[in-house]
Design a protein around this ligand. Structure first.
Ligand code: ASP
Ligand code: MG
Length: 410
């Protein structure tokens, strides 16, 4: 018996039938003696619909009013799910984020949770209720409705689990766990029974979109036991448990997954003087334009000049090119060239800390397929390379195989 926070995403509450099926699942958990707090997203497509509606009135919707509109998506599902639970004979009560008192900062459309007043929820749990909370929303200290950014219901669930010291936070979604790579690209991809929190953070930041990255950071900080499960299966099984390395005595695979990301673009500033301050002269204006830079490479100069390359989000490609073209003469560069048809592929695994040779195995595997590596970056548990986008699928498939991810773990 314990206290469980369950989160159901948009596809899991897409229509009345699915909402009834969520209610049955919640009722079944309660029948086992658990206390259950449920966090729900808006019905699938609803948030997009509301954004499009707002844009028909204002091309750049006022952020405060947009949050007023977006928060209604989740407000509908909490009411529907509470009703479905009552139909199952389960006493249930719904709360919007503001009603709970999920206090956030005032950064509309991307607010951060500051604190949660869990007193009312605790009292309702004590009197035998199932609690249904709207994901993705809160209010700031002046009482303005805020939202937490796309995918923010995951973060609501993890934050509530932390505030309530829940035994487990279960994220129900349309996949049955976290995979070694995207199964749509590699059919041999396997569900990972466990993955460490740090690996999950790398996978999420590298484009594996199972969880909102902020929710993973939150879970790490507050040590929330997090599990990803399918809401579409009658028996969701064990899903994937996100563990903490120091508490996990299980023998870990060296590499847990292959992540990839097509959202980047590469910019090269050619023939810049190879002298102190050049990186700052190039990246200073980029950061002033509020553009995030990911990978950076500076070549060693020959006869006093060098090339400097970096990657940015593909959406910021045009803006970055414009910014640097405008600075080209001042920097003293011969040319600014770019490529927005690149992709990033990464191998991720905590085993890299204790095993050598992972990078060379990765590079050999790509070389054998004739795939040229354009950029490389590493962290303690990850090696990423930038390659031509047209080789992405091949790269992911051969790396998945080379690291034995298609084999059942011993
Ligand atoms: N409904 C919001 C979205 O579509 C929040 C969420 O689903 O987590 O992004
Ligand atoms: Mg989601």
């Amino acid at each position: 018996m314990g206290l469980i926070v369950q989160k159901y995403g948009g596809t899991s509450v897409a229509n009345p039938e699915r909402i009834k099926s969520v209610a049955r699942r919640v009722a079944a958990y309660r029948a086992q003696g658990h206390q259950v707090v449920v966090v729900v997203s808006a019905m699938s497509g609803e948030t997009n619909r509301l954004i499009a509606l707002a844009r028909e009135i204002q091309a750049h919707p006022d952020p405060r009013e947009l949050d007023v509109i977006l928060s209604t998506g989740e407000q509908v599902t909490i009411g529907l799910l509470a009703m479905a639970l009552k139909e199952q004979g389960v006493p249930a009560i719904s709360y919007t984020g503001a009603q709970v008192q999920i206090l956030t900062d005032s950064a509309h459309t991307k607010a951060r949770i500051l604190s949660i007043d869990e007193q009312n929820i605790r009292a309702d749990l004590a009197s035998g209720h199932a609690i249904v909370v709207a994901g993705f929303q809160g209010q700031d200290e002046d009482g303005n409705i805020t939202t937490l950014g796309r995918g923010g219901s995951d973060t609501t669930a993890v934050a509530l689990a932390a505030a309530l010291r829940a035994d487990e936070c279960q994220i129900y979604t349309d996949v049955d766990g976290v995979y070694t790579t995207d199964p749509r690209m590699v059919p041999e991809a396997r569900r990972l029974p466990r993955i460490t929190f740090e690996e999950m953070l790398e996978m999420a930041s590298l484009g594996s979109k199972v969880l909102q990255i902020r929710s993973v950071e939150f879970a790490g900080k507050y040590k929330v036991r997090l599990r990803v499960l399918s809401s579409l299966l009658d028996d969701p099984g064990e899903g994937t448990l996100i563990t903490f390395e120091e508490d996990d005595n299980m023998e870990q695979a060296i590499i847990s997954g292959i992540a990839f990301n097509r959202d980047e673009a590469k910019i090269t500033v050619r023939g810049v003087p190879d002298k102190p301050g050049i990186a700052y002269q190039i990246l200073g204006p980029v950061s002033e334009a509020n553009i995030d830079v990911d990978m950076i490479i500076q070549n060693v100069g020959v006869d006093g000049s060098t090339d400097f390359s970096f990657t940015v989000h593909r959406n910021e490609y045009a803006k970055t090119m414009d910014t640097l073209k405008a600075q080209q003469a001042r920097i003293g560069a011969i040319d600014v060239i770019g490529d927005d048809r690149i992709a990033k592929v990464s191998v991720v695994g905590v085993g890299m800390r204790s095993h050598v040779g992972i990078a060379s195995q990765m590079f050999r595997t790509l070389a054998e397929e004739g795939i040229n590596i354009q950029m490389i970056s590493t962290s303690e548990i990850k090696i990423s390379v930038v390659i031509d986008e047209k080789y992405l699928e091949l790269a992911v498939r051969v790396l998945h195989k080379a690291f034995g991810l298609d084999q059942e773990a011993a």
